[in-house]
Design a binder for this molecule. Structure first.
Ligand SMILES: [Fe+2]
Length: 409
């Protein structure tokens, strides 16, 4: 992808470039983008928003301009504008004909997921152009890689060899289908509430602020309509781009955005002001787990003030109703620790070691569909032991929203 930036120096020059009708839209876009970053650094969010809007209006071909507009819109709770900006960004980076290179999946369960998902869409009567060819291509590659001992890294010679032996039709299907948004299910804002209006919001707030460390859990978070729509969005949308060793991830800035999700975030903030008041919506994502493993994510903390987790997978998919959820330890990550230490450090790979150092005082929340756990995001937490049925619709799916900033030294 070409880099259209350059020839941009200080604010004064950038303003002149922006005001000049002599310069190209690409250069005016670059000038607006530079002014966006300058305003953001000064903490002048209003100017930053104006410049982010100007950058995309001058030059709309750079995904990062749309990304910047989405980021500032999110900070200012302009969630509709964020959504529109992300749709434009996704079209440039994840569209069928995007000029971004194919991202090579690192783990076999990602191929299995994508094949199962396309078959699920077929079963449900959803027409996806080129779906049959993509399934055949994915099956060929999956079969080839299954025979490679300890296949872990998609950028292996074997993966490259398999691409070469695919038929031209299947090669084309992979190039325009793998890790592309070939189908995105609509999850519109609901006319009614997304959060269950019967919830005792005052009691939830009392528990969260009244216990130390702060955490609470309750059931039936979403209305049946919201739960159904969000689960269908997750099952049908081809947005699961991040493949980790035991699960797939989808993040708000790369596919996991929908008006219904933004409605849920807004209603959480509105209905639980003693928990979320004053906190920006930092990010949100979902993870989908392979049933081949009995573990999920290791011990870590997330960089935010408040962490919201809930599950979309059905109770009947969980083979052990006493587990399958989340363990939240009553220990905060030290404020002096940086992201690598508290999120991806040695404890994320070794729970036993974590317990030796920090102890095992925790609250364990079993998996239930539509159960919500809210906790201080600086608390260490980990996926509980998980044992779910095999089958596409049985996959464990959790959604996370992060609000506010982590307190650090
Ligand atoms: Fe987490």
């Amino acid at each position: 992808m070409r880099d259209y930036s350059g020839a941009v120096t200080d604010d004064e020059t950038n303003v002149q470039t922006l005001d000049s009708s002599e310069t190209s839209p690409a250069l005016r876009g670059a000038a607006a983008d530079a002014l966006f970053h300058a305003a953001e650094q000064r903490g002048d969010m209003t100017s930053a928003l104006r410049m982010a809007r100007r950058a995309v209006s001058e030059f709309s071909l750079l995904p990062r301009y749309w990304h910047n507009l989405a980021a500032i819109s999110r900070e200012l709770w302009h969630l509709d504008e964020m959504h529109e900006a992300l749709i434009r960004k996704d079209a440039l980076t994840r569209g069928r004909n995007a000029d971004t290179p194919v991202q090579v999946p690192k783990y076999l369960h990602k191929y299995e997921h994508d094949i199962e998902q396309l078959m699920h869409l077929q079963e449900e009567g959803v027409v996806v152009e080129g779906s049959q060819e993509l399934i055949a291509a994915l099956q060929t590659v999956h079969q080839g890689l299954s025979s490679v001992p300890h296949y872990q890294d998609g950028a292996t010679l074997e993966w490259q060899r398999l691409q070469r032996v695919l038929s031209p039709v299947h090669r084309k299907a992979m190039a325009h289908g793998l890790n592309r948004a070939v189908y995105v299910e609509a999850a519109p804002r609901l006319a009614g509430r997304a959060l269950n209006p019967q919830l005792d919001f005052a009691a939830i707030e009392r528990e969260y602020v009244g216990v130390s460390p702060s955490m609470t859990s309750f059931d039936t978070l979403l209305t049946p309509e919201a739960l159904h729509s969000l689960r269908r969005f997750c099952l049908r949308s081809t947005i699961w781009y991040e493949d980790k060793v035991r699960y797939l991830g989808s993040y708000h800035w790369d596919g996991f955005h929908a008006p219904l999700l933004h409605q849920i975030a807004s209603e959480l903030s509105e209905k639980l002001p003693r928990i979320f008041g004053g906190h920006e919506l930092s990010t949100f994502w979902a993870y989908k787990y392979s049933a081949d493993f009995d573990a999920g994510i290791g011990v870590h903390a997330d960089t935010a003030a408040v962490n919201v987790n809930f599950w979309l997978s059905e109770d009947a998919s969980n083979l052990n109703p006493d587990s399958g959820g989340l363990v939240v330890f009553k220990r905060e990550a030290p404020a002096s620790w940086n992201f690598e230490q508290f999120n991806q450090g040695e404890f994320s790979r070794n729970t036993t070691r974590f317990i030796e150092v920090f102890g095992n005082e925790n609250r364990t929340f079993a998996h239930r569909q539509n159960r919500c756990v809210i906790f201080n995001s600086n608390l260490f937490h980990t996926t509980d032991v998980i044992r779910f049925k095999q089958g596409y619709k049985h996959k464990r799916i959790n959604v996370t929203f992060l609000f506010g900033k982590r307190k650090s030294k």
